[in-house]
Design a protein. Structure first.
Lengths: 245, 53, 225
């Protein structure tokens, strides 16, 4: 098998240039998909037979939650690659994922709470999804905290990478145990409505939103990763060539 | 139009959720660009100072 | 292999001897646990039925915080006086040496906590029949906690005022232990079958035994770079 693509991908100047060229190819389709998905979700999709128009929050809540988990997975995979192959760009990638993931975890939590108000009559219920999302936020904050506490950038990269890998083993366990915990403590009559039954006219805009948020994530990561590469390649000659141009 | 804005009585949940999500999207776009611009400005400053380290 | 085994035994002996030379530090987490268990009745109510309801939560949050307090000192002196560096350079498996170190740490902090938990539980109006189950749950749970703490303590080696960061890293990862541990305790108090949550705790302990020393060794190496 030819591994040159892997080495080329791992070369900082190559990825720096490639990321710069790719950003518009992700950013504009993302904008288009999110606009279309939002129009479809807020206007075209029929109201839910139980929740009326309240269920439309799903079109911003679910994609945010999806992005928050996807960012964590990417971060852990990039961190593992960085640890195993000592690849600078992989650490740059992991560092770029964390703040984005943390912000969209906040988005998923807040929209979940806004959805909870009409559904449960209160902003916060210890619903398993919300609880797991809250734990995910703490994991992100721990990762960012560890990164900022270590002054030496290389050590910060590698130590936070270990944490990301340990964390990604834990995320499914947390998710599962919170479900189990909730099934034991399930308070009856908390749910005023059942889960929305989803039909194709409702699902299509949601799927478009998922695609849009994925593309948005990729575009954001590519912008950030260029900065992170520059921070890690201070000494390299290619940086002065690129910056001077 | 007013029917759309009132969201069948759920306006007070739906619109803040949408606004918040788009606020966070906008902030992430700004923050990502700022982070890149800051890294580039720093690299430029180092090069101008003739300090490769 | 026999060399590694011998080295691990030496680490255990050395850590035990050092710990008994400095007995005060051994008592701090236990005292902390006792004080937490004392404060809850004062804050809530001395009524036995209410105390029994909150006992699983009190015991597990107390045990979690106490073992967090203990794990902060796991590597501190060894990192300062260069012992960890010697470990890494010794040619023996750093993973095994750290595993030995963590096992000793559990003997000195987790096991005493487990042995003290029935006293605290009894004071929280838990019926005596439930006490053996509680000891079992806390012993298994603290094994997993010590291993988890060994990883996050290794990540925060050399960070000034790393204590708060250590809790920020460890506590979210300890959520499953808290859930299953408190559930096992609650079932022991009810007198119902506590096998299922206990098996989960044991599964986490096994997962910790297999993975945590590897991660801790990686983190220690990074801190020495």
């Amino acid at each position: 098998m030819d591994w040159t693509w892997f080495h080329r991908f791992g070369s900082p100047p190559h990825l720096y240039g490639l990321a710069g060229r790719l950003v518009p190819w992700f950013a504009w389709p993302a904008a288009l998909a999110i606009a279309a998905g939002l129009y479809g979700g807020l206007v075209l999709a029929p109201p839910d037979y139980q929740q009326g128009d309240g269920f439309r929050i799903i079109y911003v809540h679910a994609p945010s939650a999806w992005l928050s988990l996807m960012a964590y997975t990417w971060m852990a995979v990039a961190a593992a690659i960085g640890l195993v192959w000592r690849m600078k760009v992989a650490h740059a990638m992991a560092a770029s994922c964390a703040p984005i993931g943390a912000w969209f975890t906040v988005a998923a939590l807040c929209t979940g709470m806004l959805w909870g108000k009409p559904m449960w009559g209160t902003y916060w219920v210890w619903d398993p999804r919300l609880t797991a999302e809250l734990v995910l936020l703490f994991l992100y904050l721990g990762y960012l905290g560890l990164r900022s506490a270590i002054e030496d950038p290389q050590r910060a990269d590698r130590a936070s990478a270990v944490l990301a890998v340990v964390g990604v083993v834990n995320v499914p366990i947390v998710r599962y145990s919170v479900e189990w915990w909730n099934s034991i403590h399930q308070a009856p009559s908390v749910m005023k409505f059942g889960k929305p039954t989803i039909s194709w006219p409702m699902l299509t805009p949601l799927l478009i939103m998922f695609v849009g948020f994925t593309l948005l994530f990729l575009a954001l990561v590519l912008v950030r990763v260029r900065g992170e590469i520059l921070r890690r390649e201070r000494q390299a000659r290619w940086v002065s060539e690129v910056i001077a141009a | 139009m007013s029917g759309f804005l009132s969201m069948g009585g759920y306006a007070s949940s739906v619109w803040p959720a949408v606004a918040l999500t788009f606020g966070i999207i906008a902030w992430n776009i700004v923050a990502a660009r700022r982070s890149f611009a800051a890294a580039r400005a720093e690299a430029r400053r180092r090069i101008a100072a003739g300090d490769p380290s | 292999m026999s060399g590694t085994w011998q080295a691990a035994r030496l680490v255990v002996e050395r850590d035990l001897r050092l710990a008994f030379r400095n007995r005060g530090q051994l008592l701090h987490p236990l005292l902390f646990f006792a004080i937490v268990a004392t404060l809850f009745p004062l804050a809530l109510s001395p009524e036995p039925s209410r105390l029994r309801d909150v006992a699983p939560g009190v015991l597990w949050i107390g045990a979690l915080l106490a073992s967090l307090l203990a794990v902060e000192f796991l590597y501190r002196e060894d990192a300062q006086d260069g012992t960890l560096e010697q470990f890494a350079l010794s040619g023996r498996s750093l993973t095994w040496l750290l595993f030995a170190k963590t096992a000793t740490h559990w003997l000195l902090s987790g096991l005493p906590l487990a042995l003290m938990s029935p006293i605290a539980a009894y004071a929280l109006a838990v019926p005596p029949a439930a006490l053996p189950g509680i000891v079992a749950a806390v012993s298994i749970g603290t094994i997993a906690l010590s291993l988890l703490g060994a990883v996050s303590a290794a990540l925060t080696i050399g960070i000034r005022r790393g204590g708060a960061l250590l809790s920020l890293l460890t506590l979210p990862l300890a959520v499953p232990l808290l859930i299953f541990g408190a559930q096992a305790t609650a079932r022991a108090i009810e007198g119902s079958d506590m096998a299922a949550p206990l098996y989960f705790l044991a599964a986490f302990a096994v997962l910790g035994v297999t993975l945590a020393p590897l991660a801790a060794a990686a983190a220690v190496r990074i801190s020495l770079e």
